[in-house]
Every structure is written in structure tokens, then in C-alpha cells.
Design a protein around this ligand. Structure first.
Ligand SMILES: Nc1ncnc2c1ncn2[C@@H]1O[C@H](COP(=O)(O)OP(=O)(O)OP(=O)(O)O)[C@@H](O)[C@H]1O
Ligand SMILES: CC(C)(CO)[C@@H](O)C(=O)NCCC(=O)O
Ligand SMILES: [K+]
Length: 249
């Protein structure tokens, strides 16, 4: 079995797949290293042939998690490293090492699936868009606050915006003008994300006409699906790129 990890800023997504046929045996989303180790340890008969990880956390945090996994599961963790070129995609950043590895792997994974020009949008803690042209040239992208950051900025910097998670969820049954604070904020932030998605699609159309694929990923992708007709929602897009970056044979 192979352990796969995607360490974002707020959450760690993990999966366990069979080494031979890539069938998914288990997986989850956790908010700490300890919770990750506890969840993975609960799997029956865990024996890992390999492990691979992508992290946008600091070197220290990433190294600490890699060491903990080696200690508890007896497997060396391979971490995806920045590259100027991979699987036909050329990194478009002036300094390729500065491009977030989650963005890079999602872009490489999307180009592999699309085999043509693609717009990749990832809605997590941050909302990101990346553009890959038909010839594999990554053109760059955009980074904005995602749903969790927009919401917490409003809560932190105002005195009268206060509500709990349960009412936040209820508020999103419609996107009509909000008639309570929670509805106004939650729906407003969703419309910001949808506006972000539409603008990226306009941009892609200006570049490529109708000849491009759209990929949506990240925990909040379902909130923008309606604004991206024809988009492929691929929750594990980063893992597609990760398997390409860290083949374990
Ligand atoms: N099971 C879940 N656990 C946690 N968050 C979830 C879950 N399902 C959906 N979400 C949503 O996903 C969002 C977090 O997305 P994601 O997990 O992609 O973030 P992240 O990887 O930490 O962020 P980033 O990739 O920008 O660093 C949250 O806003 C939350 O609303
Ligand atoms: C933008 C985030 C935080 C999104 O997870 C990550 O991709 C990152 O830390 N990137 C480095 C900055 C950049 O991509 O330009
Ligand atoms: K991240």
C-alpha cells in the first residue's frame, strides 16, 4: 500500500491506495499531524511500501511530519520538489521554486488529464487559478482569499458579525439577498468565489477561445460549480500530480 498526503494550510488530506492497481483503500481530512497518525493507524493491516507527500507548509513542519510517519509506520516519505518542467508542463514562474507545490501538481495533473489547454481552479483556504496552454506552457495564475479566509476576516474585523457554523451551513440553501447577518456574509462570500471563477473563465476564453478544459478542486469547489458549466470537478487532482511527481517503483 502507498500512503499519500496533501498538506494544505488548514487541513491535511490523506489517502491510502494499493501499490499495484491504485485502488483507494482509505482516506480522510484532518486538522493536525497527531490526528493524521491516529486515523492512519486505525486502518487494518497497514503495511506501506511507500509514501509520498506534497506540502505548502514550512520546511520545519514538513520535515517533522515526514519523520513522524517514518517513526510510526516504518516508511520513508518522498516529498514532491519544485521543478522547471514535468510531464510536458513548463513552470511559468520567474522563480519556479516560488510556485506553490499544490498549484504546480494540480496544473500537471490537469494537463495530463486534459491533454490540452486548461484552467485549474482550487478552492481551499486560498482560492487559486492556474493557466496551462495547449503546448504545456504554464502561464501563471492568481491567488485570492478562499471562503474560510474571507469569512474569518469579516468576523475578526467587525464587532457585529458573529454567528456559528451550523447557521452558516443553513444560510447556503439559497443565494438570494441575505435577510440576516449570517445569510448576508455567507452568500456574499460565495458570490465572491463565483465571481472569481467567472473572471478566470473569461480570461481563459480571451486566450484560447473555446479550446480549453476547466478543472475544479479543493474543499469548496462545489460552491462554484454552477459558475463553471462543463468543468470537471476532480477532488483528488493534487494527488494525480503527486503520483506523477513521486513515482514509487
Ligand atoms: N470534510 C471537510 N473537512 C474540512 N473542510 C472541508 C470538508 N469538506 C469541505 N470542506 C471545505 O473545504 C475548505 C478547505 O479546503 P481545502 O481542504 O482544500 O483547504 P486547504 O488545503 O487547507 O487549503 P489550501 O489548499 O488553500 O491551503 C473549507 O472551507 C471547508 O469549508
Ligand atoms: C497559495 C497557497 C497558500 C495555496 O495553498 C500555496 O500554493 C502557496 O503557499 N504558494 C506559494 C506562493 C505562490 O504560489 O506564489
Ligand atoms: K494549501
Amino acid at each position: 500500500m502507498i500512503l499519500e498526503l496533501d498538506c494544505g494550510n488548514s487541513f491535511i488530506k490523506w489517502r491510502v491506495i494499493h501499490a499495484d492497481d491504485a485502488i483507494i483503500v482509505g482516506g480522510g481530512i484532518v486538522d493536525s499531524d497527531q490526528a493524521l497518525i491516529a486515523q492512519v493507524a486505525k486502518l487494518p493491516n497497514v503495511h506501506f511500501r511507500g509514501a509520498r507527500m506534497v506540502s505548502v507548509r514550512s520546511e520545519e513542519e514538513t520535515d517533522a511530519l515526514m519523520r513522524a510517519i517514518t517513526r510510526d509506520f516504518g516508511v520513508i516519505v518522498q516529498a514532491a520538489r519544485p521543478a522547471t518542467e514535468m510531464a510536458g508542463v513548463r513552470n511559468g514562474y520567474t522563480d519556479h521554486q516560488r510556485l506553490g507545490m499544490d498549484r504546480w501538481l494540480a496544473a500537471v495533473g490537469a494537463f495530463h488529464l486534459a491533454k490540452g489547454a486548461c484552467l485549474v481552479m482550487d478552492f481551499g483556504t486560498a482560492a487559486k487559478a492556474d493557466f496551462v496552454a495547449a503546448d504545456g506552457q504554464h502561464l501563471g495564475g492568481y491567488i485570492c482569499p478562499g471562503m474560510p479566509l474571507m469569512r474569518s476576516q469579516l468576523r475578526t474585523h467587525t464587532r457585529r458579525i458573529r454567528y456559528d457554523d451550523a447557521s452558516a451551513e443553513r444560510a447556503l440553501t439559497s443565494l438570494l439577498p441575505g435577510r440576516s447577518t449570517v445569510e448576508a456574509v455567507e452568500r456574499g462570500c460565495v458570490l465572491m468565489l463565483q465571481g472569481f471563477a467567472r473572471t478566470q473563465i473569461d480570461q481563459a476564453r480571451a486566450l484560447w477561445g473555446d479550446e480549453f478544459s476547466i478543472f475544479l478542486t479543493g474543499g469548496d469547489a462545489p460552491l462554484v460549480e454552477v459558475s463553471a458549466p462543463g468543468a470537471r470537478v476532480v477532488p483528488d487532482l493534487v494527488f494525480v500530480g503527486l503520483a506523477m511527481a513521486c513515482p514509487l517503483n
